[in-house]
Design a protein around this ligand. Structure first.
Ligand code: GLN
Length: 236
């Protein structure tokens, strides 16, 4: 099984290292024809506008969309999740090209700018039940997006209880504030739709390999669809 890692920009080396820890070779993908050599793909975190420009330059969008359409497993982390979304909002200027396929609307910079980056333990029952270990996963959120809406086919795998004074979505000027421990609302930070997986945070920047292992099982066809322990399924 060959796992491709889109290697235009961002944390592709970290994904390749995480795969290596699990004994799997990650294949760097920079050209459309290289996608023929892999059976699954990881789109890393980074900066989605830059990544989109590079993907356009290399004429990768048609091949990436075809890859998704064929039902091949694809996992997007952070900017990679933005790439997979059908709709993204929150761009500073205009729109950007997306691969799409994941029936959701995403806010590109929901949690604010670089200086609002944070780490938090995220409850992920699906991961714990399939991969063992604790019920939580340490989420590294760097200028992170969040999923605002999901379609009926999308399974919500993790939510983050946003502290009440940390709600940055739609605030024109982001202020730095002390974290408050009272959760105001839950936002979606990990989703799955069939063979598409998306996390708003960066498992590749942690030593915990459970998300990579979960994706490899998806890629191997083990466990079609998330099961009993999902948090919610999107609906109208
Ligand atoms: N919000 C960033 C973007 O729009 C993604 C950040 C990340 O991948 N760490 O591209």
């Amino acid at each position: 099984m060959a796992v491709g890692v889109l290697a235009l920009q961002g944390s592709f080396n970290e994904h390749i290292a995480a795969l290596k820890r699990l004994g799997v070779k990650g294949v760097e993908i920079r050209k459309p024809e290289q996608l023929h050599n892999v059976t699954s793909l990881i789109i890393p975190g980074g900066e989605s506008t830059t990544m989109a420009k590079l993907a356009e330059y290399h004429n990768l969008f048609p091949a990436l969309r075809e890859f998704v359409k064929m039902g091949k497993p694809v996992w997007g982390t952070c900017a990679g999740l933005i790439f997979l979304a059908d709709k993204a909002i929150g761009q500073k200027t205009g729109g950007q090209e997306l691969v799409g396929g994941l029936d959701c609307t995403i806010h590109r910079n929901y949690f604010g700018s670089q200086i609002q980056s944070f780490e938090a333990d995220i409850l992920v029952p699906e991961l714990a039940s399939k991969e063992g270990g604790p019920e939580t996963f340490r989420g590294v959120f760097i200028r992170a997006p969040a999923v605002l809406e999901v379609g009926p086919e999308v399974e919500v795998l993790a939510m983050y209880p946003v502290p009440s004074n940390k709600v940055l979505y739609s605030s024109p000027a982001v202020e730095i504030q002390e974290e408050n421990t009272t959760p105001e609302k839950n936002v979606i930070v990990a989703v799955r739709q069939g063979n598409l997986l998306g996390t708003a945070f960066h498992p590749e920047l942690t030593a915990d390999s459970r998300w990579h292992s979960y994706f490899l099982k998806m890629a191997n066809g083990v466990g079609q669809g998330a099961s009993s322990s999902i948090i919610a399924v999107g609906g109208a």
